[in-house]
Design a protein around this ligand. Structure first.
Ligand code: GLU
Length: 476
């Protein structure tokens, strides 16, 4: 998949341009704006691990963008393309992301230049533990200061190793588990974290379609049912977003684009079947539920209602922005649209639901996991059965008073107390709706003067203002 043109500014510069677009509308001093824009610090570490009979040297980063709220938060990425500019851009986006969804964290991000596929599980564990050791030693992993999470190339497994490494180095820290999120359930994780980013994308789209006025701006009509969707990237985020939109909202996933080919079906792809095939074969080739094509560039520009870039930054850039044929782009990835492409699409009237909001489901549920770890109790454990008993009492009383029976389905659903997963979903849905409400209010307010005013600028304005208010409250 194409990445930003060589002549386009870097990812970090692109984020800065989008930041500057918003600053123009805000009454924030130049000095404070600069303070918010820059990354506070970036730590680079080069460490050696003895593997395959020799020392192998690895380069890793942990960047802290803003400490207006602590701990700072953000994933750790494993990819060969990881570099300082990228890590800093992603750390900045974490600051704005946490602010827009009112998660009380500052922004951070980490990365390790490595292709995880080049190493065995045992080797990866040794590399991860060593990287974690370097970061823990400097409080760049710490429950009250800096809390990593999964990102591209990492998942539950790596988070469990990091948590264990922290515990070994801090044997008496009762809150040790809160040093990292995205852990497996048996290591202090929370239900619903794995699918949280994809789930958040679904909730964001559901809320967009709840607002007829907003749907009209995009030139679409109705709800998600039958909408033609293109997914680029079928990893954790793309897969879950596609699955939920297909299975629960009846949307049509018409193309799924992966690095080694795409799957198309104008009637809609059966997402779970496609995933099962892909997991087994490592390609869509041979799957009977759609047409396989090796060349994918043109599909990114195919006609659709909603385009979901869910992989890398910079995939919508000056080379293809003009040809994108979607009414709505929802940025499931971080920074998929370059600042240059953003300008073109804004003029074309494409509605972009921006990354800092669209993919905030992950960090939102990370926040719930962190709170769970600090409170040392599963959400719902105290009240669930009491809630059920009270509901049952009400149903019994209604049935006694009326002499009638309520339906079995209703009874079961009504009585059931909320378990952890239900609470996580409710908290995530609430978070996405609240954030969208604040963004759209500003969007419509500003659009009355400037038809090109977009949701991204609104999102940046709100989050920058929130960060500025925290700095002022801190007296900085
Ligand atoms: N890596 C994810 C992101 O970009 C999750 C961050 C987190 O949960 O801290 O938002």
């Amino acid at each position: 998949m194409a990445t930003a043109r060589k002549s386009e500014p870097s990812f970090r510069a692109s984020v800065n341009t989008l930041f500057d677009n918003a600053i123009r509308h805000l009454n924030i001093s130049k000095g404070l704006a600069e303070k918010i824009r820059v990354c506070n610090s970036t730590y680079t570490v080069r460490f050696g691990v003895k593997l395959r009979g020799d020392f192998q040297t690895f380069t890793g980063y942990r960047s802290v963008h803003s400490e207006h709220a602590e701990p700072v938060k953000g994933g750790i990425r494993y990819a060969l393309s990881v570099n300082q500019d990228e890590v800093e851009a992603l750390a900045a986006l974490m600051t704005y992301k946490c602010a827009i969804v009112e998660v009380p964290f500052g922004g951070s991000k980490g990365g390790l230049c490595i292709n995880p596929r080049d190493w065995s599980e045992d080797e990866l564990e040794r590399i991860t533990r060593r990287f974690a050791f370097e970061l823990i030693k400097r409080d760049l992993i710490n429950p009250s200061q800096n809390v990593p999470a999964p990102d591209m190339g990492t998942g539950e497994r790596e988070m469990a190793w990091i948590a264990d490494q922290y515990k070994r180095m801090n044997t008496t820290d009762i809150d040790a588990r809160a040093c990292v999120t995205g852990k497996p359930l048996n290591a202090g994780g929370i239900r619903g974290r794995t699918e949280a980013t994809g789930r958040g994308v679904q909730y964001a789209l559901q809320d967009f379609f709840r607002h007829k006025e907003d749907v009209k701006v995009s030139g679409l009509k109705g709800d998600l049912k039958g909408k033609r969707i293109i997914i680029q990237g079928f990893g954790n985020v793309g897969y879950h977003a596609a699955k939920f939109l297909h299975e629960e909202d009846d949307a049509r996933i018409v193309h799924i684009i992966e690095y080694n080919g795409a799957l198309s079906n104008p009637k809609g792809i059966k997402v779970q079947a496609a995933k099962d095939w892909f997991s087994e074969h490592g390609t869509f080739k041979g799957f009977s539920g759609g047409t396989f094509t090796e060349k994918t560039e043109h599909l990114f520009e195919a006609e659709c209602d909603i385009l979901i870039p869910a992989a890398m930054e910079g995939v919508i850039n000056l080379d293809n922005a003009d040809h994108i044929d979607a009414n709505v782009i929802i940025e499931a990835a971080n920074g998929p649209v370059t600042a240059g492409a953003d300008e073109i699409l804004r003029k074309k009237g494409t509605v972009i639901i921006p990354d800092m909001y669209a993919n905030a489901g992950g960090v939102t549920v990370s926040y719930f996991e962190w709170v769970k770890n600090l409170s040392h109790i599963r959400f719902g454990r105290m009240q669930r059965r009491e809630e059920e008993a009270r509901h049952r009492m009400l149903i019994d009383e209604i049935e006694r008073a009326t002499g009638d029976k309520v339906s079995k389905v209703f009874k079961e659903r009504y009585i059931k107390g909320a378990d952890e997963l239900t609470l996580v979903r409710s908290g995530l849905d609430d978070t996405m709706r609240n954030a969208y409400a604040s963004m759209r209010e500003l969007w419509h307010q500003k659009r009355s003067d400037d038809a090109n005013f977009d949701l991204r600028t609104a999102a940046y304005m709100i989050s920058i203002q929130r960060v500025a208010d925290s700095y002022r409250a801190l007296g900085l």
